[in-house]
Every structure is written in C-alpha cells, then in structure tokens.
Design a protein around this ligand. Structure first.
Ligand code: SF4
Length: 226
C-alpha cells in the first residue's frame, strides 16, 4: 500500500492498495514480483481496514491497483467496504474479467483501463491469448455505464510502430473513449530481458509528441506521460 498520493486519483488525496497477482505477462512489466497470485489469510485487509478507519476525513479516495485487482473474488466486498467508509474508489485494470468489473460498477467512481494494443496485437503484447476480446467487453461496460474512466496504453517501441499508436488511438476515439493517456515504457527491470534493450526507434520516439498533438482534437483529454 502507498498510504498517500496525489498522483493516482485525479485531484484527490488517495491511498493505493496493490493486489498481488496478474494473469498477463507484458514484456515491459516492471512488477514481476507482483505477478504470482497469493492467497491472504485476511489479516492484510484487516490492517488496511484499520488504516482506512483512521484516515476517514483525511484521505478522499482509495485506489485498487495491481497486479490485476479484478483477479480477486474478494475485491467487490473490499471495494464496497471502502465506499461505505466514505471514500471514493478508483480501480486500475486491464479488463480481463468483465463480469467482475460489472459486479464492481455500483461502487466505482473512476476507472483506469489499460488497453495494451489494437485487437490481436493486444494478446501479443500481454502474452496471453483471448484477452483483447475481454478487454473490449470491459471497455464497452465502462462506456455504457456513464462512469468516469480513462484508457491507458504503455508504448514500448518493441511492440509499436508510430502508426500502431495512431490506429489504436483513433479506434478508441471512434469507440467513444473521451480520456486517453499514452505512456512510454521504461526500458529497465522489464519482465522480458529483451525489453531492457532500448529499441532505438528514434524516428517514432521523436514523432510521438507531434502525433499526440494531432490526436488531441479526438479526445476531451489526451496526455503523454513519461
Ligand atoms: S504490466 Fe502487464 S503483466 Fe505487469 S502487472 Fe500490468 S498487466 Fe500485469
């Protein structure tokens, strides 16, 4: 847990709870220690519950992140509890479990949805088959729910050409995504050591800010994060 941050929940003072375990295997992942799932005896949530009770009126929001938090069947109960304690709730997810996302919707205030790539490229980038359709279902659920959400894509030049970034962004805009963030992947301490080598795709790298400027009119908010 990060006990306090202003960086995750937009304009709110929040804590971030990281849930262990992720079914995906993105080559650029720098959270390898977070990937194996692990069962808790409940004592960790009890400690977090106590922490949240002490922070009522001080913190405004709780962010559930990972790993992949929707992997956990106990997540809806935890999210409901955080909400009942008076906090706003944000979820970070890559959307591999749309049914669980649907279950969580009543308590969520803000969602950051990772979109790893365009259609089948999604599965290549995240190292697992069949995830892009599930992610699309999750995106559809969010779009149709009216909830505040942002799509996010991490760009490693091993996975993307500039044209792929543009195609993905335009597809998302067409689909009704209003907020989008593109983040350039780190090239150290990656899950796949091949991703530690900087792909000197200098042209794409230099052209990215110009592409972002060109894409800006398609969104309410488009950010390039480093
Ligand atoms: S970067 Fe990919 S593998 Fe790593 S935690 Fe996120 S979704 Fe899972």
């Amino acid at each position: 847990m990060t006990p306090m941050t202003t960086l995750d929940y937009p304009d709110h003072l929040a804590c971030v709870i990281f849930l262990q375990g992720c079914p995906l295997r993105c080559g650029y992942c720098h959270n390898a220690h977070m990937l194996p799932p692990r069962r808790s005896d409940g004592s960790e949530w009890q400690a977090i519950r106590d922490f949240l009770k002490q922070r009522q009126g001080l913190l405004e929001a709780v962010v559930f992140s990972g790993g992949e938090p929707t992997l956990h069947s106990a997540l809806p109960a935890a999210v409901c509890e955080a909400k009942t304690l008076g906090f706003k709730v944000e979820l970070h997810t890559a959307g591999p479990y749309p049914t669980r996302l649907l279950q969580l919707l009543p308590w969520l205030d803000w969602v950051g949805l990772d979109v790893k790539g365009h259609d089948r490229n999604f599965d290549r980038i995240c190292g697992r088959p069949g995830i892009w359709q599930r992610n699309r279902q999750s995106l559809t659920i969010l779009r149709d729910s009216g909830i505040n959400f942002e799509c996010r894509t991490t760009v490693h030049w091993r996975d993307f050409e500039l044209v792929d970034v543009e195609r993905l962004a335009l597809t998302l805009a067409d689909f009704g995504v209003r907020r989008y963030a593109i983040q350039v992947a780190r090239t150290h301490e990656c899950l796949d050591p091949d991703y530690n080598q900087t792909m000197e795709n200098a042209q794409s790298k230099n052209m990215l800010p110009k592409l972002i400027k060109r894409l800006t009119p398609y969104f309410d908010r488009l950010e390039l994060r480093s």
